[in-house]
Design a protein around this ligand. Structure first.
Ligand SMILES: [Zn+2]
Length: 97
């Protein structure tokens, strides 16, 4: 079974390569084989280790906020296009975002 692992969260990791590691004592962790960053705890369940690795509340919150802002910018760009095609000033070339 292939685990669905998010990429390595370490900011300086050059090549994310997370892997589920099981030790001789059957302790399970997820560790990036590139930089060595890993889950802070070890688990007896593979599913729990993967869940801990993929648990990124701040990252998930940031992604949602970025998506919300992208939609907002797209809506504003549509409004600008509507205004520029119907208003007295037809050109928006000098505008910057
Ligand atoms: Zn890494």
């Amino acid at each position: 079974m292939k685990d669905s692992l998010k990429s390595c969260p370490h900011p300086w990791c050059s090549k994310s390569d997370p892997q589920v590691i099981t030790s001789d004592t059957f302790v399970i962790r997820v560790i990036c084989s590139t930089c060595g960053f890993g889950t802070p705890n070890a688990y007896t369940s593979r599913q729990k280790a993967v869940s801990e690795w993929n648990h990124r509340p701040k990252e998930d919150k940031s992604r949602k906020e970025i998506e919300r802002l992208r939609k907002h910018v797209a809506a504003l760009q549509d409004e600008v296009e509507d205004l520029s095609s119907s208003g007295p000033h037809a050109s928006t070339e000098e505008w910057s975002v």
